[in-house]
Design a protein around this ligand. Structure first.
Ligand SMILES: [Zn+2]
Length: 202
């Protein structure tokens, strides 16, 4: 135990929150997409997108690092809260603060135009993370984004079959809010699109 010990991030899923069975979904008539058989109004957002049901048991069991909890990611992303401590993320006149895996060689003005599922971060949590984890300095990019509008959702896509909807692929997909395929997506995470970005670490 020391002062730079990493805390369990707010968005990290805990073992007590793991869902062991596949979601029970039905397909609506006339190719209108997927639904829960016992759906309630809270299962969809204001755009009509169907969301995965996830248990809430933060702090119970063991943290599953690398597994992001759907409801907490969604809250942090929507309200621009720090992904680690859930306080408001840092922002200044240049924009909101983010730390991302460093892919700045991918395209010339990376990460402009990128859809991301990582919520932003606050300065104390960024400093703590980079101090406790030297690899973060080299493997990650620290970004300011002047605009980062909500742009879509990430989730599992389904295909209609005669015996009900089936997962199209084991890999999560990111869909923009204007995609007609949203009818067939069970959303896990909110996506923001980074624009007008500045990379802060050389
Ligand atoms: Zn924080």
């Amino acid at each position: 135990m020391n002062s730079t010990k990493l805390r369990v991030p707010y968005i990290t899923s805990w073992s007590a929150e793991a869902t062991t069975t596949a979601p029970h979904l039905i397909q609506l008539p006339n190719k209108r997409g997927i639904a829960y058989p016992d759906e309630t109004i809270g299962d969809r957002d204001s755009r009509g997108i169907l969301w995965a049901r996830t248990p809430l048991a933060q702090g119970q069991g063991t943290p599953e690092f690398g597994q992001v909890h759907s409801a907490r990611q969604r809250r942090a992303m929507r309200k621009l809260l720090c992904q680690v401590c859930a306080n408001p993320a840092d922002h200044n006149p240049d924009g909101i603060l983010w730390v991302l895996p460093d892919h700045r060689t991918d395209w010339p003005n990376w990460p402009n135009g990128m859809g991301i599922t990582e919520p932003p971060i606050c300065t104390p949590c960024l400093n703590l993370s980079t101090r406790a984890c030297p690899a973060l300095r080299h493997g990650h990019a620290i970004i300011r984004a002047a605009h980062a509008p909500l742009a879509g959702v990430q989730g599992g896509l389904y295909t209609p079959t005669p015996i009900g909807p089936r997962p199209q692929s084991p890999d999560p997909q990111i869909l923009h809010y204007d995609s007609p395929r949203l009818l067939w997506l069970l959303a896990f995470h909110l996506v923001r699109e980074l624009t007008e970005t500045t990379v802060l670490n050389p």
